[in-house]
Design a protein around this ligand. Structure first.
Ligand SMILES: Nc1ncnc2c1ncn2[C@@H]1O[C@H](COP(=O)(O)OP(=O)(O)OP(=O)(O)O)[C@@H](O)[C@H]1O
Ligand SMILES: [Mg+2]
Length: 399
C-alpha cells in the first residue's frame, strides 16, 4: 500500500488517483436523476461499507439512501446553461484547478428567476472516465445530504452523456476568499491574523466533528488539507471536495478497507500502511493542518532545505514545552499572537499526530480544546491591552 501511495501520482498537484482494487465487486449505486447508474469498486465514495470484517447488520440508512430522499434539493443544470454563464469555460472566468478539473466563476439566476443573480463556482470534470465519474457522484451524494455551516454548499450539478463525450459538472456557492492554502502560503495575500487562524481552525474542526459524530452515518472525509478549506466573505471556513469521502464502518466494525488515496503530507501513516480508513485518519490530517496554521509552512515543501521539507519532522526539533518552540511560529505573525494559546494548539496537534490512532482525540474534543485556546488568546489580549493602558496612564506625558 505504501508503495502504491508513493507511486500512483497522476493528478495535478499532490492528490492521488483512486485505484481500482483488483477483484473488487461491482455494485450498482443509486445515481442522481438524469445520470447513468454505474459500477463501483472498493474505492467509490458513498455507498455500501466495505471492510475486512463481516458485513453489517445495522439498519442505519446509507448516504445514497438518504440522498434519494433529498435529491430534490439540488438543481439540475443543462450543459449549455453552464457553458453560457462561464463564457464557454473561458480562461477569464477560471479561478482554480485541482485534481478533479477546472473551476470557473459565474453568475446564475436564482431558482425563482427573481432578484439578483447568484455568484457560483462551476467545477468541470476533466474527461477521465469512470474514476472521475465516481468522484463526481460521491460529491453529489454527500453534499446532497450533508448540511452544516462549515461545509461548502452544493447548489446543483450537470451530467450529460452524449456521442461527443461525457460531461460532469458541479455548481457550488461561491467562496470569495479562496482557500486557507492561498492565505497561509501565497505571499500575494495579506497575512492571516492570529485570531482568524484560530477561528478557521475551530470552524474546520466543527465541520469534521459534524462529519464524524453529528450524523446517523459516520463520514470519513479523507482529504482534509488547507486547499480544501474554503473561506467565505467573513472568512468562515467551509470544507469542500467530497469526491474521496467515504461512509465510516457500520456498528461493530473498526475500519473501512480501501485503496490508499489522499494527498502526500496529510495522510495518516496507519492508513498509508494498511489501507484501513478510519475517522482517526482525518484527525491526523487535522493535526497536520494545525501545524500549517501555526507555522505558515506547507506539510510538504520541496523548495526548502532537505531537513525542513517535511513539516512534521521539522517541528519536532522545537518541542512545545521548551523555549525553542516559538521558533516555529509563522514569522509573518511577528509578535501578534498568544504564545500560550499557540502552545495549546501545538499540544492538540501533537495528540492528533500520535502513532496509535486509537489515542488520537475525537473531533469534538479538538473543538473544545480550540475553544479553550481562543479563550486563552483573548484573555491574554485583554490583559496586555489593559497593562498597556495602565502603563500609559502611569507614564508622565512626554512633551
Ligand atoms: N466554491 C468555490 N468558490 C470559490 N473558489 C473555489 C470554490 N471551489 C474551488 N474553488 C477554487 O478552485 C481551486 C481548485 O479547487 P479544487 O478543489 O478543484 O482543487 P484543490 O483543492 O486545489 O486541489 P485537489 O484537487 O488536490 O483537492 C481552489 O483552490 C479554490 O481556489
Ligand atoms: Mg479541493
Amino acid at each position: 500500500m505504501a508503495a502504491c501511495f508513493s507511486l500512483c501520482r497522476k493528478k495535478a498537484k499532490n492528490r492521488q488517483e483512486p485505484s481500482l482494487a483488483p477483484g473488487s465487486a461491482s455494485v450498482s449505486v443509486s445515481a442522481p436523476p438524469s445520470t447513468v447508474t454505474t459500477s463501483r469498486s472498493d474505492d467509490s465514495a458513498a455507498g455500501k461499507h466495505t471492510s475486512k470484517s463481516t458485513a453489517s447488520t445495522s439498519s442505519q440508512r446509507s448516504i445514497p439512501a438518504m440522498y434519494e430522499e433529498r435529491a430534490h434539493n439540488l438543481r439540475v443544470f443543462e450543459f449549455d446553461e453552464l457553458r453560457n454563464v462561464t463564457n464557454d469555460f473561458s480562461r477569464m472566468n477560471k479561478i482554480g484547478e485541482g485534481g478533479f478539473g477546472s473551476v470557473y466563476k459565474a453568475y446564475i439566476k436564482p431558482l425563482d428567476g427573481k432578484g439578483d443573480r447568484i455568484a457560483v463556482a462551476v467545477k468541470r470534470l476533466n474527461q477521465r472516465g469512470l474514476q472521475g465519474h465516481k468522484q463526481w457522484l460521491a460529491e453529489v451524494q454527500f453534499l446532497g445530504v450533508l448540511e452544516h455551516p462549515n461545509l461548502v454548499k452544493l447548489i446543483g450539478y450537470c451530467a450529460v452523456d452524449s456521442e461527443r463525450g461525457i460531461q460532469r459538472l458541479l455548481v457550488y456557492e461561491f467562496m470569495p476568499n479562496k482557500s486557507l492554502e492561498d492565505h497561509l502560503f501565497n505571499r500575494n495575500y495579506p497575512t492571516l491574523s492570529w485570531n482568524l487562524r484560530l477561528q478557521i481552525a475551530l470552524g474546520a474542526a466543527e465541520g469534521l466533528a459534524y462529519l464524524h459524530e453529528g450524523l446517523e452515518v459516520q463520514v470519513i472525509y479523507r482529504d482534509f488539507k488547507a486547499s480544501n478549506v474554503l473561506l467565505d466573505k467573513e472568512f468562515r471556513p467551509k470544507l469542500s471536495d467530497f469526491g474521496l469521502a467515504r461512509e465510516g464502518p457500520t456498528s461493530g466494525l473498526t475500519h473501512v478497507s480501501t485503496g490508499v488515496v489522499g494527498t502526500h503530507g496529510y495522510a495518516a501513516p496507519d492508513y498509508i500502511e494498511t489501507g484501513h480508513l478510519t475517522v482517526e485518519s482525518d484527525v491526523w490530517s487535522f493535526g497536520v493542518v494545525m501545524y500549517e496554521i501555526l507555522t505558515g509552512r506547507r506539510a510538504l515543501d520541496r523548495n526548502r532545505p532537505s531537513n525542513e521539507q517535511k513539516l512534521l519532522e521539522w517541528v519536532r526539533q522545537f518541542p512545545v514545552d521548551t523555549w525553542k518552540f516559538s521558533v516555529i511560529i509563522d514569522p509573518r505573525l511577528r509578535s501578534e499572537y498568544s504564545l500560550k494559546a499557540a502552545r495549546e494548539v501545538a499540544k492538540l496537534a501533537n495528540s492528533c499526530l500520535v502513532k496509535n490512532r486509537k489515542d488520537r482525540p475525537k473531533m469534538h474534543e479538538a473543538v473544545e480544546r480550540l475553544k479553550q485556546a481562543i479563550q486563552i488568546s483573548s484573555t491574554e489580549a485583554h490583559s496586555s491591552t489593559s497593562n498597556l493602558d495602565k502603563q500609559k496612564r502611569s507614564e508622565p506625558s512626554r512633551r
